[in-house]
Design a protein around this ligand. Structure first.
Ligand code: FPP
Ligand code: MG
Length: 342
Protein backbone atom coordinates (compact mmCIF):
# COMPACT_ATOMS: atom_id res chain seq x y z
CA UNK A 1 0.00 0.00 0.00
CA UNK A 2 1.32 3.46 -0.85
CA UNK A 3 2.14 5.76 2.09
CA UNK A 4 -0.81 8.08 1.51
CA UNK A 5 -3.28 5.21 1.06
CA UNK A 6 -2.11 3.54 4.27
CA UNK A 7 -2.38 6.68 6.36
CA UNK A 8 -5.87 7.39 4.98
CA UNK A 9 -6.96 3.81 5.75
CA UNK A 10 -5.71 4.15 9.33
CA UNK A 11 -7.49 7.48 9.84
CA UNK A 12 -10.76 6.12 8.45
CA UNK A 13 -10.87 3.08 10.70
CA UNK A 14 -12.36 3.26 14.18
CA UNK A 15 -10.60 0.30 15.76
CA UNK A 16 -12.69 -2.32 17.50
CA UNK A 17 -11.60 -3.12 21.03
CA UNK A 18 -10.20 -6.54 21.95
CA UNK A 19 -12.46 -6.31 24.99
CA UNK A 20 -16.22 -5.91 25.42
CA UNK A 21 -16.74 -2.69 27.42
CA UNK A 22 -20.21 -2.38 28.88
CA UNK A 23 -20.01 1.33 29.73
CA UNK A 24 -20.84 3.24 26.53
CA UNK A 25 -18.94 6.44 27.42
CA UNK A 26 -15.81 4.52 28.36
CA UNK A 27 -16.02 2.43 25.21
CA UNK A 28 -16.32 5.53 23.01
CA UNK A 29 -13.38 7.19 24.78
CA UNK A 30 -11.19 4.10 24.42
CA UNK A 31 -12.02 3.74 20.73
CA UNK A 32 -11.23 7.39 20.04
CA UNK A 33 -7.93 7.17 21.90
CA UNK A 34 -7.00 3.88 20.26
CA UNK A 35 -7.61 5.46 16.85
CA UNK A 36 -5.19 8.24 17.86
CA UNK A 37 -2.65 5.62 18.92
CA UNK A 38 -3.10 3.82 15.60
CA UNK A 39 -2.50 7.01 13.64
CA UNK A 40 0.54 7.88 15.71
CA UNK A 41 1.96 4.36 15.22
CA UNK A 42 1.53 4.66 11.46
CA UNK A 43 3.58 7.87 11.56
CA UNK A 44 6.26 6.48 13.87
CA UNK A 45 7.13 3.62 11.53
CA UNK A 46 8.01 5.97 8.66
CA UNK A 47 11.74 6.08 7.93
CA UNK A 48 13.71 8.21 5.50
CA UNK A 49 14.64 4.95 3.81
CA UNK A 50 11.53 3.61 1.99
CA UNK A 51 12.59 -0.02 2.43
CA UNK A 52 12.83 0.40 6.20
CA UNK A 53 9.31 1.87 6.23
CA UNK A 54 8.03 -1.08 4.21
CA UNK A 55 9.68 -3.64 6.48
CA UNK A 56 8.68 -1.86 9.73
CA UNK A 57 5.11 -1.35 8.56
CA UNK A 58 4.74 -4.95 7.49
CA UNK A 59 3.69 -6.44 10.84
CA UNK A 60 2.04 -3.29 12.14
CA UNK A 61 -0.29 -3.36 9.14
CA UNK A 62 -0.84 -7.11 9.41
CA UNK A 63 -3.03 -6.52 12.47
CA UNK A 64 -2.60 -7.46 16.11
CA UNK A 65 -4.91 -7.07 19.07
CA UNK A 66 -3.22 -3.95 20.52
CA UNK A 67 -3.66 -5.40 24.02
CA UNK A 68 -0.75 -3.40 25.43
CA UNK A 69 -1.90 0.04 24.20
CA UNK A 70 -5.42 -0.80 25.35
CA UNK A 71 -4.09 -1.56 28.82
CA UNK A 72 -2.22 1.78 28.88
CA UNK A 73 -5.49 3.55 28.02
CA UNK A 74 -7.51 1.58 30.56
CA UNK A 75 -5.00 2.15 33.38
CA UNK A 76 -4.97 5.86 32.50
CA UNK A 77 -8.69 5.94 33.34
CA UNK A 78 -7.64 5.85 37.01
CA UNK A 79 -6.35 9.40 36.63
CA UNK A 80 -6.61 12.02 33.86
CA UNK A 81 -6.56 9.97 30.63
CA UNK A 82 -6.50 12.96 28.27
CA UNK A 83 -2.79 13.91 28.16
CA UNK A 84 -0.52 13.44 25.12
CA UNK A 85 1.86 11.31 27.21
CA UNK A 86 -0.75 8.56 27.36
CA UNK A 87 -0.79 8.15 23.58
CA UNK A 88 3.02 8.31 23.52
CA UNK A 89 3.26 5.62 26.22
CA UNK A 90 0.80 3.43 24.30
CA UNK A 91 3.00 3.76 21.20
CA UNK A 92 6.15 2.97 23.20
CA UNK A 93 4.78 -0.35 24.47
CA UNK A 94 3.34 -1.39 21.11
CA UNK A 95 6.55 -0.53 19.23
CA UNK A 96 8.63 -2.44 21.79
CA UNK A 97 6.31 -5.41 21.41
CA UNK A 98 6.43 -5.16 17.62
CA UNK A 99 10.24 -5.03 17.69
CA UNK A 100 10.34 -8.16 19.83
CA UNK A 101 8.07 -10.02 17.37
CA UNK A 102 10.52 -9.43 14.50
CA UNK A 103 13.29 -10.96 16.62
CA UNK A 104 11.11 -13.70 18.07
CA UNK A 105 10.10 -14.99 14.63
CA UNK A 106 13.78 -15.28 13.70
CA UNK A 107 14.48 -17.25 16.88
CA UNK A 108 11.44 -19.50 16.34
CA UNK A 109 12.02 -19.78 12.57
CA UNK A 110 8.35 -18.86 12.27
CA UNK A 111 6.74 -18.40 8.83
CA UNK A 112 3.50 -16.80 9.86
CA UNK A 113 2.63 -13.85 12.10
CA UNK A 114 -0.69 -12.05 12.40
CA UNK A 115 -1.91 -14.07 9.42
CA UNK A 116 0.86 -12.67 7.21
CA UNK A 117 4.31 -13.92 6.26
CA UNK A 118 6.75 -13.21 9.09
CA UNK A 119 9.47 -10.70 8.16
CA UNK A 120 12.13 -13.42 8.14
CA UNK A 121 9.98 -15.47 5.73
CA UNK A 122 9.08 -12.54 3.51
CA UNK A 123 12.66 -11.16 3.41
CA UNK A 124 15.32 -12.86 5.48
CA UNK A 125 16.72 -13.05 9.03
CA UNK A 126 18.97 -10.06 8.52
CA UNK A 127 16.10 -7.79 7.49
CA UNK A 128 13.94 -9.08 10.35
CA UNK A 129 16.64 -8.54 12.99
CA UNK A 130 17.60 -5.08 11.80
CA UNK A 131 13.97 -3.98 11.45
CA UNK A 132 13.40 -5.15 15.04
CA UNK A 133 16.42 -3.07 16.12
CA UNK A 134 15.12 -0.06 14.20
CA UNK A 135 11.68 -0.36 15.80
CA UNK A 136 13.26 -0.69 19.21
CA UNK A 137 15.28 2.44 18.47
CA UNK A 138 12.05 4.25 17.57
CA UNK A 139 10.37 3.20 20.78
CA UNK A 140 13.42 4.34 22.79
CA UNK A 141 13.38 7.72 21.05
CA UNK A 142 9.71 8.14 21.94
CA UNK A 143 10.34 7.07 25.54
CA UNK A 144 12.74 9.99 25.90
CA UNK A 145 9.72 12.30 25.42
CA UNK A 146 8.27 10.77 28.60
CA UNK A 147 11.26 11.68 30.77
CA UNK A 148 14.18 10.00 32.51
CA UNK A 149 12.03 7.80 34.75
CA UNK A 150 10.21 6.34 31.79
CA UNK A 151 13.54 5.69 30.05
CA UNK A 152 14.78 3.78 33.11
CA UNK A 153 11.57 1.75 33.31
CA UNK A 154 11.75 1.01 29.59
CA UNK A 155 15.38 -0.11 29.88
CA UNK A 156 14.57 -2.38 32.83
CA UNK A 157 11.58 -3.79 30.99
CA UNK A 158 13.68 -4.45 27.92
CA UNK A 159 16.29 -6.24 30.01
CA UNK A 160 13.65 -8.46 31.57
CA UNK A 161 12.21 -9.20 28.12
CA UNK A 162 15.57 -10.26 26.76
CA UNK A 163 16.50 -12.20 29.92
CA UNK A 164 13.23 -14.14 29.64
CA UNK A 165 14.02 -14.96 26.05
CA UNK A 166 17.57 -16.07 26.93
CA UNK A 167 16.35 -18.24 29.83
CA UNK A 168 13.86 -19.87 27.46
CA UNK A 169 16.64 -20.60 24.98
CA UNK A 170 18.87 -22.09 27.68
CA UNK A 171 16.09 -24.24 29.13
CA UNK A 172 15.97 -25.36 32.77
CA UNK A 173 19.38 -26.15 34.23
CA UNK A 174 20.13 -29.23 36.39
CA UNK A 175 18.33 -28.83 39.71
CA UNK A 176 15.79 -26.32 38.32
CA UNK A 177 12.12 -27.14 38.63
CA UNK A 178 10.88 -27.05 34.99
CA UNK A 179 7.58 -25.36 35.84
CA UNK A 180 9.27 -22.69 37.97
CA UNK A 181 11.78 -22.08 35.20
CA UNK A 182 9.01 -21.72 32.65
CA UNK A 183 7.08 -19.27 34.84
CA UNK A 184 10.26 -17.18 35.22
CA UNK A 185 10.67 -17.15 31.45
CA UNK A 186 7.08 -16.07 30.93
CA UNK A 187 7.22 -13.35 33.57
CA UNK A 188 10.30 -11.95 31.84
CA UNK A 189 9.37 -12.18 28.21
CA UNK A 190 5.71 -11.13 28.54
CA UNK A 191 4.80 -10.16 32.13
CA UNK A 192 7.37 -7.36 32.10
CA UNK A 193 6.02 -5.34 29.18
CA UNK A 194 2.37 -5.82 30.13
CA UNK A 195 3.17 -4.69 33.69
CA UNK A 196 4.91 -1.63 32.23
CA UNK A 197 1.86 -0.90 30.05
CA UNK A 198 -0.34 -0.69 33.15
CA UNK A 199 2.31 1.25 35.07
CA UNK A 200 2.79 3.84 32.30
CA UNK A 201 -0.94 4.36 31.88
CA UNK A 202 -1.54 4.92 35.60
CA UNK A 203 1.58 7.01 36.17
CA UNK A 204 1.20 9.37 33.21
CA UNK A 205 -2.45 9.90 34.11
CA UNK A 206 -1.32 10.99 37.59
CA UNK A 207 -3.09 8.16 39.43
CA UNK A 208 -2.32 7.82 43.18
CA UNK A 209 0.85 5.79 43.97
CA UNK A 210 -1.19 3.00 45.60
CA UNK A 211 -3.14 2.61 42.35
CA UNK A 212 0.04 2.69 40.22
CA UNK A 213 1.51 -0.14 42.31
CA UNK A 214 -1.68 -2.21 42.26
CA UNK A 215 -1.99 -1.85 38.50
CA UNK A 216 1.65 -2.78 37.95
CA UNK A 217 1.15 -5.99 39.97
CA UNK A 218 -2.11 -6.60 38.09
CA UNK A 219 -0.35 -6.11 34.73
CA UNK A 220 2.40 -8.55 35.64
CA UNK A 221 -0.17 -11.28 36.45
CA UNK A 222 -2.28 -10.52 33.41
CA UNK A 223 0.87 -10.64 31.29
CA UNK A 224 1.79 -14.09 32.56
CA UNK A 225 -1.81 -15.26 32.01
CA UNK A 226 -1.68 -13.79 28.49
CA UNK A 227 1.48 -15.73 27.60
CA UNK A 228 0.19 -18.95 29.14
CA UNK A 229 -3.02 -18.68 27.12
CA UNK A 230 -0.86 -17.98 24.04
CA UNK A 231 1.09 -21.16 24.76
CA UNK A 232 -2.13 -23.17 25.12
CA UNK A 233 -3.37 -21.70 21.82
CA UNK A 234 -0.13 -22.77 20.17
CA UNK A 235 -1.33 -26.32 20.83
CA UNK A 236 -5.09 -26.01 20.41
CA UNK A 237 -5.80 -23.44 17.71
CA UNK A 238 -5.39 -23.63 13.97
CA UNK A 239 -3.65 -20.93 11.99
CA UNK A 240 -6.92 -19.35 10.78
CA UNK A 241 -7.70 -18.42 14.38
CA UNK A 242 -4.25 -17.45 15.63
CA UNK A 243 -2.57 -16.17 12.44
CA UNK A 244 0.45 -18.29 13.47
CA UNK A 245 1.56 -21.83 12.71
CA UNK A 246 0.25 -24.21 15.40
CA UNK A 247 2.72 -26.43 17.24
CA UNK A 248 5.64 -24.00 16.85
CA UNK A 249 6.70 -24.41 20.49
CA UNK A 250 6.68 -28.21 20.16
CA UNK A 251 8.71 -28.08 16.98
CA UNK A 252 11.21 -25.73 18.64
CA UNK A 253 11.44 -28.03 21.68
CA UNK A 254 10.12 -25.31 24.04
CA UNK A 255 8.26 -27.04 26.88
CA UNK A 256 5.26 -24.86 27.70
CA UNK A 257 2.54 -25.36 30.34
CA UNK A 258 0.50 -28.10 28.55
CA UNK A 259 3.69 -30.10 27.92
CA UNK A 260 4.99 -29.63 31.47
CA UNK A 261 1.65 -30.80 32.90
CA UNK A 262 1.37 -33.77 30.50
CA UNK A 263 4.89 -34.88 31.45
CA UNK A 264 3.82 -35.14 35.09
CA UNK A 265 1.27 -37.84 34.21
CA UNK A 266 2.02 -41.32 35.56
CA UNK A 267 -0.68 -43.01 33.40
CA UNK A 268 0.57 -45.82 31.15
CA UNK A 269 -1.69 -44.46 28.38
CA UNK A 270 0.58 -41.41 28.23
CA UNK A 271 3.78 -43.36 27.58
CA UNK A 272 3.70 -42.70 23.82
CA UNK A 273 3.09 -38.97 24.30
CA UNK A 274 5.90 -38.71 26.84
CA UNK A 275 8.24 -40.60 24.54
CA UNK A 276 7.39 -38.21 21.68
CA UNK A 277 7.86 -35.17 23.92
CA UNK A 278 11.42 -36.31 24.49
CA UNK A 279 12.07 -36.82 20.77
CA UNK A 280 13.13 -34.57 17.90
CA UNK A 281 9.88 -33.10 16.58
CA UNK A 282 11.26 -31.52 13.44
CA UNK A 283 9.92 -34.62 11.67
CA UNK A 284 6.44 -33.75 10.30
CA UNK A 285 4.74 -37.08 11.10
CA UNK A 286 6.07 -37.19 14.66
CA UNK A 287 5.14 -33.54 15.18
CA UNK A 288 1.56 -34.14 13.96
CA UNK A 289 1.14 -37.21 16.20
CA UNK A 290 2.40 -35.32 19.25
CA UNK A 291 0.15 -32.35 18.56
CA UNK A 292 -2.91 -34.63 18.20
CA UNK A 293 -2.15 -36.51 21.44
CA UNK A 294 -1.53 -33.32 23.35
CA UNK A 295 -4.71 -31.68 22.08
CA UNK A 296 -6.74 -34.60 23.48
CA UNK A 297 -4.88 -34.70 26.81
CA UNK A 298 -6.39 -33.53 30.15
CA UNK A 299 -3.29 -31.32 30.54
CA UNK A 300 -5.03 -28.79 28.27
CA UNK A 301 -7.94 -28.46 30.71
CA UNK A 302 -5.52 -28.25 33.65
CA UNK A 303 -3.52 -25.56 31.89
CA UNK A 304 -6.68 -23.55 31.23
CA UNK A 305 -7.70 -23.85 34.89
CA UNK A 306 -4.24 -22.62 35.92
CA UNK A 307 -4.57 -19.54 33.70
CA UNK A 308 -8.01 -18.78 35.09
CA UNK A 309 -6.61 -18.91 38.62
CA UNK A 310 -3.94 -16.41 37.62
CA UNK A 311 -6.59 -14.12 36.13
CA UNK A 312 -8.48 -14.20 39.42
CA UNK A 313 -5.29 -13.36 41.32
CA UNK A 314 -4.78 -10.43 38.94
CA UNK A 315 -8.34 -9.25 39.60
CA UNK A 316 -7.68 -9.26 43.36
CA UNK A 317 -5.14 -6.46 42.86
CA UNK A 318 -7.98 -4.26 41.64
CA UNK A 319 -9.53 -4.15 45.12
CA UNK A 320 -7.80 -0.83 45.95
CA UNK A 321 -9.28 0.89 42.87
CA UNK A 322 -12.46 2.93 43.17
CA UNK A 323 -15.48 1.01 41.88
CA UNK A 324 -16.63 2.13 38.43
CA UNK A 325 -16.49 1.37 34.71
CA UNK A 326 -12.67 1.45 34.48
CA UNK A 327 -12.23 -1.06 37.30
CA UNK A 328 -14.94 -3.25 35.76
CA UNK A 329 -13.22 -3.11 32.35
CA UNK A 330 -9.87 -4.06 33.91
CA UNK A 331 -11.60 -6.94 35.68
CA UNK A 332 -13.07 -8.11 32.36
CA UNK A 333 -9.74 -7.57 30.59
CA UNK A 334 -8.11 -10.22 32.84
CA UNK A 335 -10.97 -12.59 32.07
CA UNK A 336 -10.71 -12.03 28.31
CA UNK A 337 -6.96 -12.60 28.35
CA UNK A 338 -7.36 -15.89 30.22
CA UNK A 339 -10.16 -17.31 28.09
CA UNK A 340 -9.25 -15.94 24.65
CA UNK A 341 -9.45 -18.16 21.63
CA UNK A 342 -7.21 -16.14 19.30
C1 FPP B 1 6.85 -14.22 22.01
O1 FPP B 1 7.00 -15.48 22.53
C2 FPP B 1 8.07 -13.40 22.35
C3 FPP B 1 8.13 -12.43 23.29
C4 FPP B 1 6.96 -12.11 24.10
C5 FPP B 1 9.38 -11.63 23.58
C6 FPP B 1 10.54 -11.90 22.68
C7 FPP B 1 11.73 -11.00 22.98
C8 FPP B 1 12.84 -10.94 22.21
C9 FPP B 1 12.98 -11.79 20.99
C10 FPP B 1 13.95 -9.97 22.52
C11 FPP B 1 13.52 -8.61 21.98
C12 FPP B 1 14.51 -7.83 21.26
C13 FPP B 1 14.29 -6.51 20.79
C14 FPP B 1 15.36 -5.72 20.10
C15 FPP B 1 13.02 -5.82 21.05
P1 FPP B 1 6.40 -16.77 21.81
O2 FPP B 1 7.33 -17.22 20.74
O3 FPP B 1 6.09 -17.74 22.87
O4 FPP B 1 5.02 -16.22 21.24
P2 FPP B 1 4.39 -16.25 19.78
O5 FPP B 1 3.43 -17.37 19.83
O6 FPP B 1 3.67 -14.93 19.65
O7 FPP B 1 5.47 -16.42 18.78
MG1 MG C 1 7.32 -17.14 18.74
Amino acid sequence: MADQEYETAVTATSPSLALPVTDGALEARLRTRLAEVEQALAQHVVSEAPFVTEAARHLLQAGGKRFRPLLVLLAAELGDPSGDDIVTAACVVELTHLASLYHDDVMDEADLRRGAASANARWDNLVAILTGDWLFGKSSELTADLGADAVRIQAQTFNRLVEGQILETLGPQPGDDPLEHYLRVVAGKTGSLIATSALYGARFAGAPQEVVEALTAYGEKVGVAFQLSDDILDVTSDSDESGKTPGTDLREGVATLPVLLARRSGAAADDRLKELLGADLSDDARHAETLALLRAHPAIGEARAYVERLAREAQEHLAVLPAGPARQALHDFAEVVATRTA
